[in-house]
Design a protein around this ligand. Structure first.
Ligand code: RM4
Ligand code: MN
Ligand code: MN
Length: 427
């Protein structure tokens, strides 16, 4: 646990410079008729869930290189999440993966989470791998398998995950499927989609009151020729066929190269089916890199759509924000801190967009000026806004710096010896 005094000490060393930056920005924003205070308070409302699978060192199919002090179980993972939350004030919930992080005793985990000031976000099922003791294999699919018995097993797993989620206090399930094919002719495109939909309908019929179901698409991998839920169109068809409480989850890395992701987001908003996000970044495929590390402008443009929709649709518009990353080289806590800060910065920039002027320039087809409204917001140094938001939430001006100052990693490395195996996230 990082003591609040340690955070304060770290803030003290950075406070004077922060004040100067903040005052400068306050004046600059006032010239643009923007209120520093108001923006800070909006940033403070931003929250993102941390996935239970991102606290251990990730890996690829070629290997995994664990670092010191890795969490050995879900309890220690929760402790690490609480560090991210304390330093940023923006990560109060965990998105649990079942069975990777399935607790033996859900009640004990809820208690532990409560003591750390944490709760639970969407639960994630896993029918993309075979588990020990499982009767039938998912080698050729799960919810879309040709064999009804395999589909039933996969449905039962999802219902089990929902039931566990209920005990944890979650209210959503995210379903990502590996179902697909590696070679032309291997599967019947339409039949396999129909089978996936029928299985999802059974799960949906069991959805407890107040629960939501998110379908997450992905173009390829592990299926290399066709994936059943391969794109946002397929995901939308499923969500629309299922009903009101089903919507689409957009993982930023689950798009073919050069896809205009911000426009996908806009389309799903129009359809009333944007359920949530898995934030990360990528250069080539589903790389699961730190959010904002490769395409920060895209992240801003996505937030631009979200802020715009939020203003129009009000409180009813509330996508679930989650991070889905694999930290192969970086200290996972540090990578998550970077990600949360990148999200706060992306959101802050989108809050600075002058929407009235943007609308005018769009109407007048003034390409240069419309674009300039966006770049004016994007190029604003918003770091003092998000730092101030963290400060007011008893967090750190510089979360990564404060984390390094705290010596947390060395401290846990002394206690967490004989690391248990953490499954690599290679999917
Ligand atoms: C997938 C997808 C899912 C995640 C798995 C581990 O590519 O992103 O959300 O749960 O990886
Ligand atoms: Mn994902
Ligand atoms: Mn993924």
């Amino acid at each position: 646990m990082i003591e609040s005094e340690r955070i304060q000490q770290s803030n003290e060393a950075r406070r004077a410079a922060h004040r100067q930056d903040a005052e400068h920005l306050r004046t600059r924003l006032a010239e643009r008729k923007l209120d520093f205070e108001q923006v800070v308070e909006q940033i403070r409302t931003f929250e993102v869930a941390i996935p239970s699978w991102a606290l251990g060192t990730g890996g690829t199919r070629f290997g995994r290189f664990p670092g010191p002090g890795e969490p050995r179980d879900i309890y220690e993972k929760m402790e690490d999440v609480s560090v991210v939350n304390r330093l940023t004030g923006a990560a109060p919930r965990v998105s649990l993966h079942v069975p990777w992080d399935e607790p033996d005793d859900a009640q004990a985990l809820v208690k532990h989470a409560g003591q750390l000031g944490l709760g639970f976000d969407a639960v994630n099922s896993n029918t993309f791998q075979d588990q020990t003791g499982q009767a039938l294999s998912y080698k050729f699919g799960s919810l879309g398998h040709t064999d009804a018995a395999v589909r039933e097993q996969a449905i039962a797993h999802n219902l089990h995950v929902i039931e566990l989620g209920q005990r944890l206090g979650s209210s959503a399930i995210t379903i990502w499927l590996a179902d697909g094919s590696n070679y032309p002719g291997q599967t019947h495109f339409r039949r396999s989609f129909e089978r996936v939909l029928a299985s999802l309908q059974t799960i949906y019929a069991h959805l407890p009151d107040g629960w939501q179901l998110f379908t997450e698409h992905k173009p390829y991998e592990p299926a290399f020729y066709s994936t059943v839920v391969q794109d946002w169109g397929s995901s939308l068809m499923l969500a629309q066929a299922l009903g009101e409480r089903a919507s689409c989850l957009v993982d930023l890395g689950h798009h073919l190269p050069n896809t205009n992701v911000e426009m996908v987001v806009a389309r799903l908003i129009t359809a009333g089916k944007l359920g949530g996000f898995h934030f990360n970044d990528s250069k080539y495929g589903d790389d699961d890199l730190t959010t904002g590390s490769i395409r920060p402008y895209q992240l801003f443009l996505i937030f631009n759509e979200l802020v715009d929709a939020g203003l129009e649709l009000g409180a009813a518009f509330k996508p679930a924000y989650m991070i889905d990353q694999s930290h192969n080289l970086k200290d996972p806590i540090e990578a998550l801190l970077q990600s949360v800060v990148a999200l706060q910065n992306g959101y802050a920039r989108a809050l600075l967009v002058d929407r009235a002027r943007l609308a005018e320039y769009q109407e007048a087809n003034d390409v240069i000026m419309a674009e300039r409204v966006l770049t004016e917001a994007y190029e604003t140094d918003v770091r003092s806004l998000t730092a101030e938001a963290r400060l007011r939430g008893n967090g750190a001006l510089d979360p990564t710096g404060a984390f390094r100052d705290s010596g947390y990693r060395n401290g846990v490395a002394r206690v967490r010896t004989a690391s248990a195996y953490v499954p690599p996230k290679s999917l």
